[in-house]
Write a protein that binds this ligand. Structure first.
Ligand code: G3P
Ligand code: CA
Length: 239
């Protein structure tokens, strides 16, 4: 499967409704997005802990109330034609996903490895239930404690343990925390550990793959998902 990493982020401002809608229109199988918590505990979609890189504001997302977060321009940094783009609430994406007949998979990455956002797992799970989307959701995190917490709260929801580079103990950690899959880079997937994971029926979902030739060899190898910034290109190659 092909997932749009932060939406169609190679052509639209990442983690915005514009990027998600463009990915859907391209016919992608799923989208990946990042969530953080605002000062007043709202689930907002943004990759960095700070708003500096992808908006016209400065500071940490956790220091702003949601009502202030939506004032920032989340598109002009990419191109001024996108100056109306805003930081979305996770609820906005769930509402959009519910109305979508393509039944896109949504991979919500909980960005709680830099700051521990207390209660984030509960909030995300509550919203998933509210929108009846559990069959279409994958929850992932670089923080093994967070994946473990999700598994404690929900024994069935699909989860992924995110790793960086070649991590020799990833399979063991993933099994210990009850993750369904390992979300990894190409280097891990192609290493002895990645091969072992696939042999042991532990799905690998890879990021961020921007060359179709890499995607092809990973998919041929048995990788379940490739996440890319250019899902439009990948979808046309895939068909
Ligand atoms: O979820 C896969 C990938 O997005 C993890 O890295 O830094 O792009 O969030 P990053
Ligand atoms: Ca991510």
């Amino acid at each position: 499967m092909i997932f749009a990493h932060r939406g169609l982020s190679g052509r639209f401002p990442e983690n915005t409704m514009l990027a998600f809608e463009a990915a859907r229109k391209a016919g992608v199988h799923g989208i990946e997005l990042d969530v953080q918590l605002s000062k007043d505990g709202e689930l907002v979609i943004i990759h960095d802990e700070k708003i500096n890189r992808t908006t016209d504001g400065t500071g940490f997302i956790r220091d702003f109330k949601y009502k202030d977060i939506v004032q920032f321009d989340a598109g002009s940094w990419f191109d001024t034609e996108f100056n109306h783009a805003r930081i979305p609430h996770l609820e906005e994406v769930f509402q959009w996903a519910k109305e979508d007949h393509n039944e896109l998979v949504i991979n919500v990455e909980l960005k709680n490895d830099v700051f521990r956002y207390d209660g984030m797992e509960e909030k995300v799970l509550t919203l998933i239930e509210q929108y009846g989307l559990r069959e279409r959701i994958i929850l992932s995190s670089f923080n093994p404690e967070s994946v473990k917490r999700i598994r404690t709260l929900d024994s069935e929801i699909n989860t992924g343990y995110l790793i960086l580079g070649i991590h020799a103990n990833a399979i063991k950690v993933a099994q210990n925390i009850g993750a369904d899959a390992i979300h990894c880079q190409k280097e891990f997937a192609q290493s002895i550990y990645g091969i072992q994971a696939i042999e042991n029926k532990i799905p690998l979902r890879t990021y961020t793959i921007n060359r179709w030739s890499d995607a092809q060899s990973l998919l041929n190898q048995g990788v379940e998902v490739v996440m890319t910034d250019f899902c439009d290109e990948f979808v046309s190659n895939y068909q």
